[in-house]
Structures are given as structure tokens and as C-alpha cells.
Design a protein around this ligand. Structure first.
Ligand code: XMP
Length: 515
């Protein structure tokens, strides 16, 4: 394992992902982690991340100086390098000219860390401080026009530093540098593979669960579906998946999901038809937050009642991913047993918490994985592409794509319109070109004309966006032909709609969903 000590950089997770892309396991830990704790984890390499501070700031984060004596190779990135220099007796100063953005790397020593990185490579820089004097035994491996010490090394002690960010995609040769550190300097073997992960998880789940029963709230998304497959492989029918149909899913999706899991995968799925309850819960509710809250509460109530009816269960399987683990650190741990407990249903519903008497023990086999790794695992254990590549779908579903109050008539209209959007996008072979592509129903009516008849009906909004992670997004420049076909079909085939408009708002300032 390679440990990344996080000094507050926005890129720490990205470093971990880059390491894992070399098939070596890596974890992000706090910079406060002591050398002794690290020794017990037995890492083969340590990376010190960047960070927003200056090493001379009062209260700037410092690592345990014993780390330098562990005999483990260390790579400091940006702030991490400056800290290495400062703690080992060199000096760091505010540079006359900071360096932000791209810089060309002039390589002084093209071996070792910089093998195959390439003279003149563009590297991404973001620093105001610079190394002014190197500690004893260090030498310069590369410089840029503004930064004399852009890459440094103490070869004997295997301590390295880079002022730039090799982990960001704009850094050419960044991944080559990371591979050099991982394979040549830390001498790692590429053992972090999907197959190895599946094998180890199955063993762990069996060891933990024994002959007990496990409950899983299945949503049909890639996380809960991968989880279901993994658990089913490990414990077979000791797993019960509960699929709660709140009536806000896309047309034919609940039926399709249950059929797939039951008939094709032979996984135990309990279908709970709670459509009426959810519809009643949101009846007449205009406010988006109130709507979400009510759906969340209803979900808990149904989940509670159904888990009692189908139970008892000893464990709740939860699709916690590695980014959630980094964020929540060690909260949610039962102080008596030291086990993680479900104080929150971290499923597809943003809800407050589970009632006290429903404190299941958790199994969280995906807690080491990033989202892209979940997809790889899902694929390798047989999850079909339609689930692996499914576009994100919000927990409250179509209820937050009908603005204002939700009723059955509007749900039917939206389901049909949305179905056409999906059909046409699939037909054009463009499903994977969009982060999300869907329809929204506005609760206003406008005038139109069909045949010789005046119409007065709802508009449908098309929302087609591209995004990397849902945090920011851009509206998609979809082909006009595709938009035209979708619009024609919706207006002709969906009763109650006489107009289709295209949302050309990016996020920010808009959001992807309309509520
Ligand atoms: P916004 O609308 O905030 O959405 O730009 C960002 C991403 O999050 C999804 N989303 C949700 N997912 N429960 C979820 O599980 C929710 O309540 C929820 N609201 C928004 C949205 O579809 C997009 O991918």
C-alpha cells in the first residue's frame, strides 16, 4: 500500500486514484498520522500531498518528523515537497514570481523519478512559495524558467519532491512519474486488481457475516447493484434485497429491475409497492425541499416496516464508497464495539437518519473503492452494461422533475415524455454521450395549435448535460436532428404536452435537476 498524507489539497483523492490506476492500493490519511501508526500499516511508499498553506504560516500543518526515518520512500508534492525541504534543514521562501498554470519542465536528470517523463513536458503548477536552499544530500532533478527546484531527490534515502502536480491530467508525463515512483522507487507489484478485490471481498464478507442474514436497499443504480452481486456471490440467499417502488421511477424501470434480478441473476428481491403511500405523502406539496423531506421520511417508514416484516436481519449492506469514508473519517463508529453503524441511510435518499431501534450492523464491501472502480468491479462480476453505465438518477426520482405539486396525471405525462427521450437517445447511439439526459414537466400551460384545434397544455423541458462528476455541468450541444425528433414525438405522442423547450443553462449558475 502507498499512503497519501493529506495536507488539505483538493487533489489528494486524485493522487490516490492515480496510484490505483497503476494497480497498487493507496489510501488517504490525515497529515496528523504518526510515524508509529504508519509503521504498523507497513506502507511501501508515502506521498505528501499539496495544501493551501505556506510552511511558515502559524499553524501550518506539519507531519511527524520521524516519518523521514521510517526507511520508506517518500514523494512530496508541492506543499509536501516544501515541508520535506523545511523539516530536513533546507529553506523555503515566498517566490518573487509565483507560478500558476502550465510550465515546461527542463530535466537535469532524466533517470530515476523522471524516466520517460520527457524533456519540455508541460506540468501543472500552483505555488507562491519556492525552495530556496536544498537540505544536505539533495540534488535538483528538474527546473522551470521560474522555479530552480522543480523536482528534487535524495537518492540514498529515497526522498523525492516535485513542485508541480503530476496527478492532474494537464501534466504531461505525470502518470509516467507516478509509475516510476510506484514501480521503480517503491518496488510495488501491480496487485490491486478487480479480480483480487472481488476474491478478497467475498472472503471478508463470508468471515464477517457467517450464517447471518443481510438486508440491502436496492435502487437499481450501479452502487447498490454491484453490492448486491458481490454479496450474492459471497452469501447467496442469506441476502435479501428490498426494492421500494415509490412510483417515481422511470417508465418500466421497476418491472425491468425486479425481473433482471429475479429471473436472470437469481437474487432474492422483495418488491415493495409503496406507490400510493408516496403519492399521498407528497400530495399538494409545492416546495422542493419539503417534497424531498417527505419522500425521505416515507422511505424510512416503509423501510422500517418492511425490514421488520421480512426480518430479522443482522446486517444492513450499505454502498458506502471511499470518498464518503474519507469525508466522514471516524464518525458513525459505535464506541462500545468499534463497528461502524448506520446512523444514516446512505443510499439513494438524502434522509436524516434511521430510528434508534433500527441500528443495524453494517457490511460495506465497497468502502475502499472510488466510483470508477465500482464500475469495474460490477462489470467483472457480471453486471450488465445497462446498469454499469446507467446515468445518475436522483433518489426522489420524477417527483423532483415535476415542478410543484405531483399527481398521477403529471407523473404519467412525464414518464411518457421521458421514455421518448431515452428511446431516441439510445436509437441515436448517444446514451453514453450525456452525463444525464431527461425530461422535466413544468406546471404551467401555453397555447398551441394541432390540426385546427387550439391546445392549452404543459411544456416539457429537455435537460441534456455533460459533466465529470455532477458538481459542475454544461448543457450538451446535442444534434438538432435529435432534438427535433424528440420534440416531434413528445408533442405528437404524449397527451397533455404541446411544447418542448431546451434548457441551455450550465451549472453553475443552474443545477442539473430543476428542483
Ligand atoms: P444538481 O441538481 O444539484 O444535481 O445539479 C447534481 C447531481 O445529483 C443528482 N441529485 C440527486 N441524487 N438524491 C440523489 O441521489 C437527490 O436527492 C438528488 N438530487 C440531485 C442529480 O441527478 C445530479 O446527477
Amino acid at each position: 500500500m502507498i499512503v497519501i498524507l493529506d495536507f488539505g489539497s483538493q487533489y489528494s483523492e486524485l493522487i490516490a486514484r492515480r496510484i490505483r490506476e497503476t494497480q497498487v492500493y493507496s489510501e488517504v490519511l490525515s497529515y496528523r498520522t504518526m510515524a508509529e501508526q504508519l509503521r504498523q500499516l507497513n506502507p511501501v511508499g508515502i506521498i505528501l500531498s499539496g495544501g493551501p498553506s505556506s510552511v511558515y504560516d502559524a499553524g501550518a500543518p506539519h507531519c511527524d518528523p520521524e516519518i523521514w526515518n521510517l526507511g520508506v520512500p517518500v514523494l512530496g508534492v508541492c506543499y509536501g515537497m516544501q515541508l520535506m525541504v523545511q523539516q530536513l534543514g533546507g529553506s523555503v521562501e515566498r517566490a518573487e514570481l509565483g507560478e500558476y498554470g502550465k510550465a515546461n519542465l527542463a530535466i537535469d536528470d532524466p533517470t530515476d523519478l523522471l524516466t520517460n517523463v520527457g524533456e519540455g513536458s508541460i506540468m501543472w503548477m500552483s505555488h507562491g512559495d519556492s525552495v530556496a536552499r536544498l537540505p544536505d544530500g539533495f540534488e535538483v532533478l528538474a527546473h522551470t524558467s521560474n522555479t530552480p527546484c522543480a523536482a528534487i531527490a535524495h537518492h540514498d534515502r529515497k526522498l523525492y519532491g516535485v513542485q508541480f502536480h503530476p496527478e492532474v491530467v494537464h501534466s504531461q508525463g505525470g502518470q509516467a512519474l507516478i509509475r516510476n515512483f510506484v514501480y521503480h522507487i517503491c518496488e510495488c507489484q501491480p496487485t490491486w486488481t478487480t479480480d483480487a478485490f472481488v476474491e478478497e471481498s467475498v472472503r471478508e464478507i463470508r468471515g464477517r457475516v457467517g450464517t447471518k442474514r443481510v438486508l440491502l436497499a436496492l435502487s437499481g443504480g450501479v452502487d447498490s447493484s454491484t453490492l448486491a452481486f458481490l454479496l450474492h456471490r459471497a452469501i447467496g440467499d442469506q441476502l435479501t434485497c428490498m426494492f421500494i417502488d415509490q412510483g417515481f421511477m422511470r417508465k418500466l424501470e421497476p418491472e425491468r429491475l425486479v425481473k433482471l434480478f429475479h429471473e436472470q441473476f437469481h437474487i432474492n428481491v422483495e418488491y415493495v409497492n409503496a406507490r400510493d403511500r408516496f403519492l399521498a405523502a407528497v400530495a399538494g406539496v409545492d416546495d422542493p425541499e419539503e417534497k424531498r423531506k417527505r419522500i425521505g421520511h416515507e422511505f424510512i417508514r416503509v423501510f422500517e416496516a418492511e425490514s421488520k416484516r421480512l426480518g430479522p436481519f443482522d446486517y444492513l449492506a450499505q454502498g458506502t464508497l471511499y470518498p464518503d469514508v474519507i469525508e466522514s473519517a471516524d464518525t458513525n463508529v459505535d464506541p462500545q464495539t468499534g463497528e461502524r453503524v448506520a446512523v444514516k441511510i446512505k443510499s439513494h435518499h438524502n434522509v436524516g437518519g434511521l430510528p434508534k431501534d433500527l441500528r443495524f450492523k453494517l457490511v460495506e464491501p465497497l468502502r475502499k473503492l472510488f466510483k470508477d472502480e465500482v464500475r469495474k468491479v460490477g462489470r467483472s462480476i457480471g453486471l450488465p452494461e445497462e446498469i454499469v453505465n446507467r446515468q445518475p438518477f436522483p433518489g426522489p426520482g420524477l417527483a423532483i422533475r415535476i415542478l410543484g405539486a405531483v399527481d398521477e396525471e403529471k407523473l404519467d405525462i412525464l414518464r411518457d415524455a421521458d421514455f421518448i427521450v431515452r428511446q431516441e437517445i439510445n436509437r441515436a447511439g448517444m446514451y453514453n454521450d450525456f452525463w444525464q439526459a431527461f425530461a422535466v414537466l413544468l406546471p404551467v400551460r401555453s397555447v398551441g395549435v394541432m390540426g385546427d384545434q387550439r391546445t392549452y397544455a404543459y411544456p416539457i423541458v429537455l435537460r441534456l448535460v455533460s459533466s465529470e462528476d455532477g458538481m459542475t455541468a454544461d448543457w450538451s450541444r446535442a444534434p438538432y436532428d435529435l432534438l427535433e425528433t424528440i420534440s416531434n414525438r413528445i408533442v405528437n405522442e404524449v397527451k397533455g404536452v404541446n411544447r418542448v423547450v431546451y434548457d441551455i443553462t450550465s451549472k453553475p449558475p443552474g443545477t442539473i435537476e430543476w428542483e
